[in-house]
Design a protein around this ligand. Sequence first.
Ligand code: IDP
Length: 143
Amino acid sequence: MAIERTFSIIKPNAVAKNVIGNIFARFETAGLKIVATKMVHLSSEQAQGFYAEHAGKPFFDGLVAFMTSGPIVVSALEGEDAVRRHREILGATNPANALAGTLRADYADSLTENGTHGSDSVESAAREIAYFFAEGEVCPRTR
Ligand code: IDP
């Protein structure tokens, strides 16, 4: 299985619940390694740019308002099959469909305020990591 990188966001509602360490523990328990991380408070422009693929959709303005409502934690994770396994830990986008034991089952408040983000492909991950981190800020941990 290939070593991949993926990109994670702990969204404002999950940061507000004070569960950053708990979420990191779930990633680490699953064998995913944090290779970059920081807390940021997005501007509207940054949030619009990150979610550009959703521009024009009915939920876009609400999503941008939510994502700028408080600080978030952005991270790059590394591990075998990281993209798929990370999304498995997050659970379904809509918390109503998230399996018990997933982060969204535990920490989502609504479809928009669903607690966490995870890249949906290796290509998206590379783009999303580069959106927040310079190359030298990502520290490889698997050889
Ligand atoms: P993902 O985060 O699971 O990859 P996307 O479809 O890329 O899901 O949507 C990005 C984010 O936009 C979701 O995590 C959620 O916060 C929000 N979102 C997606 N679809 C809806 C919707 O139909 N209503 C409200 N918010 C939505």
